[in-house]
Structures are given as structure tokens and as C-alpha cells.
Write a protein that binds this ligand. Structure first.
Ligand code: 13P
Ligand code: 13P
Ligand code: MG
Ligand code: MG
Length: 374
């Protein structure tokens, strides 16, 4: 076995074309140019989902490497320049600071990275979503690595039968915890059923081998105000003691409800789509996910295979559109509109302030009314 390989997926929205729907081809071209100039990348692939640019890179420098993060940052800065020239919407949206300090985490872009020994055959899937948040991966990652009704390998593959370790991050308290599945399945679900706060960061085999990892940056927590949703990415390795490609894709056949959509403030179905159909339209949605499959060969990214372009996902899209119709019919009412504490922006404080004098304690009002009647 040779030197370890690192797969880094770093993403940012640095300007939408048109509105928040897509990325202008000039920005993708620019990103490709920037990565092409790098001396240390083994390979790269630039793509987008909706208005988010995704840099998929392989190298030998490990995770959290300053040079790799700097390269991604400089690439996003160059793309921001191109976005400003075209006056694209929200140019530079996800870059929260002007000064880069060695690690791109906490600076706006989303990051998912894993280091591993390349196997005899190394199939990986990179999932990328727009108009949603990191917790969107909780349901599918749970299905892939813990649900035998999704992943038959958990039952019949001796190399998977022992289960997996789930690392969960509490994005509010900034803490992490590991659960061993299947023994701690119920404990895990207590947390990951609340995806606005608890996110599955990574999944490991019991011997510590990395199986999956996701981006968990919460932009609005970092910025302290609404600057767009934290459209997330997730990397999953497949086959040979890990879920088969088809087991990894299977959870997306049942579009689950995620937070995001219009103004980052609504709940809606996550629709699996082809690369070509990844641009949100209706009510800036519905939220979308693409799946790019690669075989990695000596660090080279052989692919991508556009998995959700397949007709087998037509039914999921139809279902998502039906759910979208129903959710839209609720208009500004919860649970279509997110609860107050989850909303990315709200006029509530302003309206409350304007009406503050008209609010009186309920009991006092009743007492006053009773007195009036005497
Ligand atoms: P093959 O026999 O085609 O390699 O498939 C094995 C497998 O794991 C299918 O899910
Ligand atoms: P993005 O997070 O994809 O930029 O979308 C923001 C938004 O407000 C959509 O309505
Ligand atoms: Mg945007
Ligand atoms: Mg986006």
C-alpha cells in the first residue's frame, strides 16, 4: 500500500445566476483554471449544485491542510471577482472574512474531507445538496449504515454485520459524541432526529476505517445573521465491507423533509436530480441533491457518474413534487414555514416592537373587563 490519499470536497456560494438558482459557467471555468494551476493536487473535479460551487480534490497532504484550504479559498476569491463583474446575486455570499488564516473551516465554505488508504478498488459517491442544511444527511446516513431494511449488507455481508460507529456533532454546544451501532441505535436516534442541532459528521468501521463524512458548517451561527443556508456535501465510500453503491443511493428514493428552501426558512422534500436538473426554481426549490460517483485510481477521479439522472429516480422526483405541492399549500404556516427558532430570518422582532404597547397580560385584561361589567 502506498501513501495515503485525501479526498477533499470544499464548497461555497460566491454568487448566484440568476438569483439563487445556479452558478454561471464563467465561475466554473475560473475555478477549474485555479485548481489546474496547483502543483500538489493529484486530481480535481469542479461542479455545482444549484448556486453552490463544489471543488472535489485529491491530494497527499491530509485533512485540514493549510495549503489545500488556501487553494480553495483563493479559488473562491477568484470566482467572487468574476461574480462581481457579472453582478451575480450575492457575490461573495459565503466568504465571511477577507483574511484567511490557514483553515477554511468557520470562514463560510463547507468542508468534507477524508484520508484513507486507496483500496484495490475505491468507489466513492459525493453527495451535494442545495437549499438545505447539514442535518439533511442524518436520515440518509442512518439508512445507509444502520437500517437493514435499506442495507441488506448489514444482515448478509459478514464484513458489515458488526455495524458501524457514528460520530455526531452538536452544532449549538460545539461538542461531539460517538455511538456504536446497532447496540446504541435508540440513543443515536434521540439526537439525529433533531437535524437542526445534531448532525452526523462521520461514520467509521469498527477498526477505525473512515466510511463517510459530511460538512457541518452552520453559516448563520458563524455570521450571527442570515447569509444563506449551509448547503451541505457528503462523501461516502462504497463496497467491500461498506454499503454497496445501490445501498448508498437507496435512501434518496424516499424524499425526506429537510429545512431550507425559500429564504432558508421552510421545510420541504429533498429531491434527487441529475446534474443538469440541479437548479432550484419553484419557490427557490424544492431542495435538491445530486450524487457524483467516482472510481478512484491512484488518486485520479475516474468519473463522475451522474447517479440520479437514472429513470429509477423518476418516482422519487414525482413524490417530491407531490409533497412540495402539499407543503406549499400551507403557505406561511408551520410546519412548512420553519419554527421561529429555526428560521433564518424573521420579521418577528420588528413587528413585536411596533406592537409592543398593544400587548397586555391576559389575566389583567380579564380582570379589567370584569370590573367594567360591574
Ligand atoms: P456484483 O456481483 O455485480 O459485483 O455485485 C455485488 C454487489 O454487491 C451488488 O450490490
Ligand atoms: P442559498 O443558501 O442557496 O444561497 O439560498 C438562499 C435563499 O434565500 C433561497 O431562497
Ligand atoms: Mg445563494
Ligand atoms: Mg445554495
Amino acid at each position: 500500500m502506498g501513501e495515503k490519499l485525501t479526498l477533499s470536497v470544499i464548497k461555497a456560494d460566491v454568487g448566484g445566476y440568476v438569483g439563487h438558482s445556479s452558478v454561471h459557467p464563467k465561475l466554473l471555468e475560473k475555478a477549474g483554471e485555479c485548481l489546474g494551476e496547483s502543483k500538489f493536487l493529484v486530481d480535481y473535479h469542479v461542479t455545482h449544485v444549484g448556486d453552490d460551487i463544489n471543488l472535489i480534490m485529491t491530494h497527499r497532504k491530509g485533512v485540514d491542510n493549510a495549503e489545500v484550504h488556501q487553494l480553495a479559498w483563493d479559488t473562491f476569491l477568484a470566482c467572487t471577482e468574476a461574480a462581481k463583474e457579472l453582478k451575480l446575486y450575492g457575490a461573495g455570499q459565503d466568504l465571511l472574512s477577507d483574511a484567511f488564516s490557514g483553515n477554511i473551516k468557520g470562514m463560510g465554505p463547507g468542508v468534507a474531507e477524508m484520508e484513507f488508504e486507496e483500496r484495490g478498488s475505491e468507489p466513492v459517491i459525493v453527495f451535494m445538496a442545495d437549499k438545505t442544511e447539514p442535518g439533511a444527511w442524518n436520515y440518509p446516513l442512518y439508512k445507509m449504515f444502520a437500517d437493514p431494511f435499506n442495507t441488506i449488507g448489514l444482515v448478509i455481508d459478514p464484513n458489515m454485520h458488526e455495524g458501524f460507529i457514528f460520530e455526531v456533532h452538536d452544532l449549538i454546544e460545539n461538542k461531539k459524541v460517538k455511538f456504536s451501532l446497532p447496540e446504541e441505535l435508540y440513543d443515536l436516534l434521540v439526537f439525529i432526529g433533531a437535524p437542526g442541532r445534531f448532525c452526523i459528521k462521520s461514520v467509521y468501521k469498527r477498526d477505525g476505517t473512515i466510511a463517510a463524512t459530511s460538512s457541518t458548517e452552520k453559516l448563520n451561527f458563524l455570521a450571527g445573521q442570515y447569509v444563506g443556508k449551509d448547503d451541505p456535501v457528503c462523501i461516502v465510500r462504497c463496497q467491500s465491507g461498506l454499503p454497496a453503491v445501490g445501498e448508498v443511493l437507496e435512501p434518496f428514493a424516499n424524499p425526506h423533509l429537510v429545512s431550507g428552501w425559500m429564504r432558508g426558512s421552510h421545510s420541504g422534500p429533498l429531491m434527487p436530480v441529475s446534474f443538469e436538473n440541479s437548479n432550484p426554481t419553484r419557490f427557490d426549490g424544492p431542495p435538491r441533491v445530486i450524487a457524483a460517483g467516482f472510481q478512484i485510481a491512484n488518486g485520479k477521479l475516474i468519473g463522475p457518474q451522474d447517479f440520479f439522472a437514472d429513470v429509477a429516480y423518476d418516482g422519487a422526483r414525482q413524490k417530491a413534487n407531490k409533497i412540495a405541492n402539499y407543503m406549499r399549500s400551507l403557505g406561511p404556516f408551520e410546519p412548512h414555514r420553519l419554527s421561529l427558532d429555526e428560521m433564518e430570518y424573521t420579521t418577528l422582532p420588528i413587528v413585536l416592537k411596533r406592537l409592543q404597547d398593544r400587548f397586555v397580560p391576559i389575566e389583567e385584561d380579564e380582570a379589567a373587563a370584569a370590573k367594567d361589567e360591574e
